[in-house]
Design a protein around this ligand. Structure first.
Ligand code: NAD
Length: 432
């Protein structure tokens, strides 16, 4: 198939590249001409494991190219995917201006039948608005279909997830585009759910809200564990071995963040309110998440007392492991809160330091994770990068002014850390 992706960000670049890997001919379009130039010159605007190699391979094979022109993308392809941002507005509603703008742009260039597929995460009924917009702005009055095809990839595992999806959701208004959509996804060997557009849109918001709920659930359990002296990791293991529950998304932490969960949860809450069924449970999920961060900051300030003028080391800035994405990162929020209290920060992240600099311009960026602790009052682990488990603990203990570690990701064993001479405070394992 000839495919164009409009919006070459985390979702667009991964989807386009993986479609090319599946044998399709793909044009990735972005309005950011600098990004397109960088990609055309062989550079990578984002870090995602395995992506760079796959881009190079498919560009080399002539199946993948980049363009700053929506006109070119629409003219040369049969199926146009929309993968532009859908950021939150103040109050939690979704800013759909990018979707509306791209719908108009596509409509203006359509001269023959096209399938327009929304991959961005959007509120239920957005597909209907896209149909109205294209109908209104299409000069040539040609036929088209609009499809909803929400994306479920996880940053940090995006290529793996895209190539091996649990399921592919295809929301349609008629049977006409189904065959083409199935052909596009045939190389990935996944179960395909064909449904109506509204259901497809709802699947995405309901799924992300459910996952956020699972995280908040275990975080609330972690508080109960601290109050009762139990161990949240063992509780999670015992719960998760029940096949009805499952172990994934049951890791107690600083709370969830990133560019999807907080915004999709707020959006879903707003959608349910607008539809006349305020989903109170989801407000509690948000509240637990906010409180989890408050509790962690309090743990630090209760231990170190006054933070003003104190230097603290922080390992991890990305919102999770394996990514350079710092959008809505709990690690960044934590750093900002510590800075508001007057702390000075020495920080390290394996991939996210460049992107973090805009949000934390005053921090000291340390290239080697083992050097972060030098001269610090305490060390904080804020992102679950697997390499942090290999931290030179002996060196950290000697480098720190006091051997104190706050672990927001439960990477170490509390008994072992105590044996090594640390005051070690983690999440939901024994007394806070
Ligand atoms: P992103 O910010 O990384 O990328 C979006 C890209 O769209 C940017 O490069 C931007 O320049 C471009 N763009 C904006 N307007 C454009 C226009 N008119 N024409 C061409 N390009 C345009 O965003 P993302 O993280 O890829 O998210 C995109 C959508 O996918 C969002 O709705 C998001 O909620 C959803 N989603 C994201 C993830 C994720 O893990 N990031 C996962 C599933 C779904």
């Amino acid at each position: 198939m000839r495919i164009t992706i409009i919006g070459t960000g985390y979702v667009g670049l991964v989807s386009g590249t993986c479609f090319a890997e599946g044998g399709h001919t793909v044009i990735c379009v972005d309005k950011d001409a600098g990004k397109i130039k960088m990609l055309q010159a062989g550079g990578m605007p984002i870090y995602e494991p395995g992506l760079e190699e796959l881009v190079q391979k498919n560009v080399g094979a002539g199946r993948l190219c980049f363009s700053a022109s929506t006109k070119e993308g629409v003219e040369k392809s049969d199926v146009i995917f929309i993968a532009v941002p859908t950021p939150p507005l103040p109050g939690g509603a979704v800013d759909l201006s990018f979707i509306e703008g791209v719908s108009r742009e596509i409509a203006g260039e359509m001269r023959e039948y096209k399938i327009v597929v929304d991959k961005s995460t959007v509120p239920v009924k957005t597909g209907e608005k896209v149909v109205e917009t294209i109908t209104r702005y299409c000069k040539a009055k040609v036929d088209f279909d609009v499809v909803s095809n929400p994306e479920f990839l996880r940053e940090g595992f995006a290529v793996e997830d895209f190539m091996n999806p649990d399921r592919v959701v295809i929301g349609v208004m008629s049977a006409r585009p189904v065959l083409a959509m199935k052909e596009i996804y045939a190389p990935y060997n996944a179960p395909v759910i064909v449904t109506d557009i509204n259901s497809a849109e709802l699947i995405k918001h309901a799924a992300n809200s459910f996952l956020a709920m699972k995280i908040s659930f275990i975080n609330a359990v972690s508080v109960i564990c601290e109050l009762s002296g139990a161990n949240v990791q063992e509780v999670a293991q015992g719960m998760g071995m029940d096949a009805r529950i499952g172990r994934r998304f049951l890791d107690a932490s600083l709370g969830f963040g990133g560019s999807c969960f907080p915004k999709d949860l707020s959006a879903f809450i707003r959608i349910t309110e607008t539809l006349g069924y305020p989903f109170g449970l989801l407000k509690e999920v948000q509240k637990i998440n906010a409180e989890q961060m408050d509790r962690f900051v309090k743990k630090v300030s209760d231990t170190l007392w006054v933070l003003k003028g104190k230097t603290i080391g922080v390992l991890g800035l990305a919102f999770k492991q394996n990514t350079d994405d710092v959008r809505m990162s709990p690690a960044i929020e934590l750093c900002q809160r510590l800075q508001q209290e007057g702390a000075r920060l020495r920080v390290h992240d394996p991939q996210a330091m460049e992107k973090a600099k805009a949000l934390l311009p005053e921090a000291t960026y340390v290239a080697n994770m083992d050097e972060v602790a030098e001269g610090c009052e305490a060390l904080i682990i804020a992102t679950e990068w697997p390499q942090f488990k290999k931290l030179d603990l002996d060196r950290a203990r000697k480098s720190l002014m006091h051997p104190i570690i706050f672990d927001g990701r439960n990477l170490f064993n509390p008994e072992e850390m105590e044996r090594l001479g640390f005051l070690y405070k983690s999440i939901g394992r024994g007394k806070a």
